[in-house]
Design a protein around this ligand. Sequence first.
Ligand SMILES: Nc1ncnc2c1ncn2[C@@H]1O[C@H](COP(=O)(O)OP(=O)(O)OP(=O)(O)O)[C@@H](O)[C@H]1O
Length: 273
Amino acid sequence: MGAAIQINGISHQFSPKAERVLEELMLDIPAGQSVALIGESGCGKSTLLHMLAGLLLPSEGCVRINTRQVTRPHAEWNMMFQRPGLYPWLNVRQNVALGLQFTGQTANLKARVAEMLELVGLSDKASAAVQDLSGGQQQRVALARSLAVEPELILLDEPFSALDAFTRRNLQLEVSQIAQDKGITLVLVTHDIDEALTMGERVVVMGRNPGTFRHEMNVELPFPRNPMSREFAALRESLMARFRESVHPAGTPAEDAPREPDQTLPPKEAAHV
Ligand SMILES: Nc1ncnc2c1ncn2[C@@H]1O[C@H](COP(=O)(O)OP(=O)(O)OP(=O)(O)O)[C@@H](O)[C@H]1O
């Protein structure tokens, strides 16, 4: 069962004399929903994600998960970053077991680790050293480690941005599918419009100075999403327009606009660059 999240009037400044980086954020995320956060660089996406993870307390307001105020990290709320954060002196199996060991869930440890490796397609790499794996495989190990503890919530901070287009696409589809199947709530920070539309049931666009929620869009397309479909293309256009509007109301393009499909590529490759 996923976690229900309430972002309850959050404002934040990093020190008393600093500018506010977040202002009066309000959002309800029902249990099991996938939400993508997009917005210009520096609008506070990662700051907000850290608050959801219990790694940072807001100056005003609070986050509630399953109605309880978040004051510290929790084993069932997992955060995945751009770099997978694996321990190079442990092999794949040992890295996956770590979350279970930290949380004292050591019953059936071997079977649980094997099940997770199977889920992410790495059963044949169980004994491999993590530095011998590709970037995508390492992210899969991190994913298996996160999923092993049966999280209610997974927080993703641009987790696939360092990966090649094909690996990224596969992982986007796999993580979405796993979250849907297991009812896990997902909150994803991304600069990639297609990633937001591939993974999010809802996309929230933030503006900056200070960071606020400017727009939101429900993505009512079935999983797995097909970026080649007409419906997807229409949503991409609409989301891009909202993003531009959030940055420059007059319509001038942002310097740091999220990654848009490259129109110079043939259509098949164009959606994921
Ligand atoms: N520990 C900190 N101390 C002071 N200021 C910070 C700290 N962390 C972030 N900031 C500032 O808060 C603002 C929001 O940063 P944050 O990293 O949350 O933005 P972001 O939207 O995730 O950006 P990006 O898309 O570039 O990763 C920025 O102006 C940043 O400089």
